[in-house]
Design a protein. Structure first.
Length: 548
């Protein structure tokens, strides 16, 4: 979308005048309403508001057929009618979505949004209309016209799934007939480093799973193993060859259809260590973290050193200072995060703050800082903690700015991971996780046992240091800061992190004053100073405590 907006900006700069400004205003204000409705709050079920915003988009190309926003307006008119359809389930809404996307494709075939529009057009035929032939035709047209990119790749997946559904209909009846469709395991990926390995399994839907540990069996030549049974699952990938990893922890991964209902994933380990498994939604993936022996090894090394020293001298352990911090600027790429006044995006603001903070931490505290992204790229949530774990970081700090429907909302709030039942926190988590509220409640049970052995106390302490520092620093420089408090919430980006980890929502991009300030360099610098001081205080207090 960024390229698309940039291109529009250039076109607009070339054409001036009242008309050019008016179509832009109409488009941007409709887009703002659309984004608000999309955010998964109570208004997202409001069919009248969806219809109104769809009509607003639809009018733009009628009134300004040569506007640079015409294709975008048709695209979002289609998307809004599709949302309306998902609320009211009326055929007319779906027909209007199709009509707008068709208009976009015929009038602006070279629009950057053509791929996405064609995909959703096909999907509407497939899922809404149940017109398999037309859906297939549209998916194929997309792939033929644009062989590369995300949307054609998705179209290929849909075509494959449709093909499989056809074949299953033809297949002789089996025991599983009449039972819910099985989850498909389509891919196994891994991230590996010296003391940490993460395996991620891509699934087509939610599953139940069981993990088991098997000891080494030298007589049979078998290494220690961890195996995971995916219940009610089907193998959707080639399992003939093992996936060779060969890092310090994991030799290889084998997958097989163990029986008609179970896919078994076997991890052949180099040595047996702790492991942690959890399921993430949208799309579903099962993550298994394998922990190395870093702590134990370091402890042993320290003990050994102590033995070599002359006796009767007490040896102090090294200061537990911060060596390495992972800063996680939220969102990025196709996910802009919250959008605020004058079209400012969360992803840009948090990236800028993260880069400045990284520079300062390095220069003034000598801390190594790893950013989960250095540019405008999309990083899946589970990859962000995988980076922190693989880098063996001491802290993980996820940076965000807040958004609310109420333009008066302002202030700062800081979160640490917990399995919460607080409604507001769950709503917030839904937005930041890019998922629906329902799938969060479905997943609470999966995560509940994870939160207990996390670095909860240190996370709370870090949250306090950062939070109070921002409130006092920014308050001194820019007037009173609304303190929205330190809260627990269920953020997937924090799940599975092996170090103290927090998420900071730094002011509201949707508030006129705060939204404007957030884009200013001096304000960002002040924010960086405040965060820096919070980290410094955290380091000082934890050192004092650990040296007692
Ligand atoms: Zn965010």
């Amino acid at each position: 979308m960024t390229a698309f907006i940039l291109a529009l900006g250039l076109l607009l700069a070339a054409s001036t005048g009242w008309a050019a400004k008016r179509d832009k205003d109409l488009y941007l204000s409709a887009k703002k309403e659309y984004d608000l409705l999309r955010k998964g709050n109570s208004a997202s079920g409001n069919s009248r508001r969806w219809e109104a915003v769809a009509e607003r988009f639809q009018k733009i190309p009628q009134e300004f057929p040569r506007s640079a926003y015409a294709d975008g307006a048709l695209f979002y008119a289609g998307k809004s009618y599709r949302e309306l359809y998902s609320v009211n389930r009326k055929e007319r809404a779906l027909d209007l979505a199709i009509k707008n996307w068709r208009a976009l494709l015929s009038r602006y075939p070279n629009s950057p949004l053509a791929k996405e529009a064609r995909y959703f057009l096909a999907l509407s035929y497939e899922e809404g209309k149940g017109d398999v032939a037309e859906a297939r035709k549209q998916y194929q047209a997309l792939i033929e016209k644009f062989p590369r990119g995300d949307w054609p790749a998705k179209a290929k997946k849909r075509l494959k799934a449709m093909q499989e559904a056809e074949e299953e209909k033809k297949a002789p009846p089996s025991l599983s007939d009449g039972q819910p469709a099985k989850a498909l395991l389509s891919q196994v990926r891994y991230t590996s480093s010296q003391s940490y390995t993460r395996i991620t399994m891509d699934l087509s839907s939610e599953i139940r799973f069981e993990t088991h540990v098997l000891k080494e069996e030298p007589s049979k030549g078998l290494p220690p193993r961890i195996y995971v049974d995916l219940l009610g699952a089907r193998l959707g990938m080639d399992g003939a060859q093992p996936i060779v990893v060969q890092d310090r922890l994991l030799r290889q991964v084998r997958v097989a259809q163990f029986n008609p209902d179970i896919v078994r994933v076997v991890l052949d380990m180099s040595s047996l260590n702790g492991h942690n498994a959890f399921l993430l939604p949208d799309p579903y993936r099962l993550v298994i973290d394998i922990q190395g022996q870093r702590d134990r090894e370091q402890f042993a090394a320290l003990e050994k050193k102590r033995d070599l020293l002359p006796p009767r001298k007490t040896v102090k352990p090294p200061l537990p200072g911060l060596r390495r911090i992972v800063l996680d600027p939220g969102h990025g790429g196709k996910d802009p995060g919250a959008i605020g006044v004058k079209g400012a995006t969360e992803k840009e603001i948090v990236l800028s703050v993260a880069k400045k903070l990284a520079k300062k931490l390095k220069a003034e505290m000598g801390i190594e800082v790893v950013l989960t992204r250095r540019d405008d790229s999309f990083i899946p949530l589970e990859d962000r903690t995988a980076i922190a774990n693989a880098e063996d970081a001491d802290l993980f700090i996820s940076l965000h700015v807040n958004a609310a429907q109420n333009a008066a909302a302002r202030g700062i709030e800081t979160y640490y991971l917990d399995n919460t039942s607080d409604e507001a926190s769950v709503r917030m988590a839904a937005r930041e996780n890019g998922t629906s509220r329902k799938s969060i409640s479905d997943l609470q049970f999966i995560l509940s046992d994870l939160t207990q052995n996390s670095k909860l106390e240190d996370s709370i302490s870090l949250a306090h240091r950062l939070h109070t520092s921002v409130v006092s620093h920014m308050g001194q420089r820019y007037g009173p800061v609304k303190d929205l408090g330190i809260k627990k919430a269920l953020f997937y980006v924090l799940v599975g992190a092996r170090m103290p980890s927090v998420l900071v929502e730094m002011f509201f991009i949707t508030n006129k004053t705060e939204g404007r300030e957030l884009t200013r360099s001096a304000y960002q610098d002040a924010l960086v100073d405040a965060l820096f001081d919070g980290i410094k205080k955290y380091q000082e207090t934890t050192q004092v405590v650990k040296n007692l």
